[in-house]
Design a binder for this molecule. Structure first.
Ligand code: NHR
Ligand code: GAR
Length: 221
């Protein structure tokens, strides 16, 4: 397939970029029929920026501290995404809450991965909160990004057991392994046109998804 036919991803990061790495690998091996048009970090120190450069990707830093409002920052993101003709926006450990300035133009074309079993624990410090509540399960959820923080329709969710002696750190490590599996998979559905946002609900292959999205199991394609 020619380069021009590939869906163009814009990946937004703030930190390590281990999810970004999965996209780099999935695009390189053809598992994802997409190309990473651009990696944007709001944080100039993000380790993921080096990872992207090593992978030969175009990177840019748009530092939120240099903008006078969230809207102005988001406008700079939109301008940059448009300049690079991005089709789909992937939030991969991106830590800034977004306003309608960015949400609206990419509604239905923007995904996030959140480290909890949504609708449980939107926002920050999910693993500490799951442990403090005595939960026996934790996990990660890929969801469409809407104006409601971590409140957009779930697409794909992976569950793992909480083990005795778990700390937030240990849990995060195991959850992150599941993230690396489910995020490229859900993105593949979106790229293929199998996954769509219809009237504020997620549909896969024409069927509305349950409130927690598809439950991940091995062999899912
Ligand atoms: N924006 C919208 N409108 N909707 C969503 O669903 C979003 C979003 C922006 C980011 C990721 C989310 C997560 O998966 C995400 C989903 C940052 C914060 C936060 O509180 C909360 C949730 C998420 C990302 N950010 C602080 C802020 O003031 C800054 C925190 C920091 O820098 O450490 O923006 O968890
Ligand atoms: C991931 O666990 C992701 O779910 C979480 O941050 C980590 C990023 O890791 N996202 C958020 O907490 C968003 N607020 P990575 O940089 O190695 O992909």
């Amino acid at each position: 397939m020619s380069e021009a036919a590939l869906t163009r991803l814009g990946i937004l990061i703030s930190g390590t970029g281990s999810n970004l790495q999965q996209f780099i690998d999935a695009c390189a091996c053809g598992e994802l029929a997409a190309t990473i048009a651009l990696v944007i970090s709001n944080n100039p120190e993000a380790e993921g920026l080096q990872r992207a450069s090593r992978g030969g990707l175009t990177t840019t830093c748009i530092n939120h501290r240099e903008y006078e409002s969230r809207e102005a920052f988001d406008q700079a993101l939109v301008d940059t995404l448009r300049m690079h003709e991005v089709d789909i926006v992937i939030l991969a450990g991106f830590m800034r809450i977004l306003t309608p300035v960015l949400i609206r133009p990419y509604l239905g074309r923007m995904l996030n991965i959140h480290p909890s079993l949504l609708p449980k624990y939107p926002g920050l410090h999910t693993h500490q909160r799951a442990l403090a509540a005595g939960d026996t399960e934790a996990g990660a959820t890929v969801h469409f990004v809407t104006q409601e923080l971590d409140g957009g329709p779930p697409v794909l969710q992976a569950r793992i057991p909480v083990l005795s002696g778990d700390t937030a750190g240990r849990l995060a490590t195991r959850v992150s392994k599941m993230e690396h599996i489910i995020y490229p998979l859900a993105t593949r559905w979106l790229v293929a046109g199998r996954l769509v946002l219809v009237n504020e609900g997620a549909c896969l292959d024409g069927e509305p998804l349950p409130p927690s999205g598809v439950s991940y199991s091995e062999g899912l394609v």
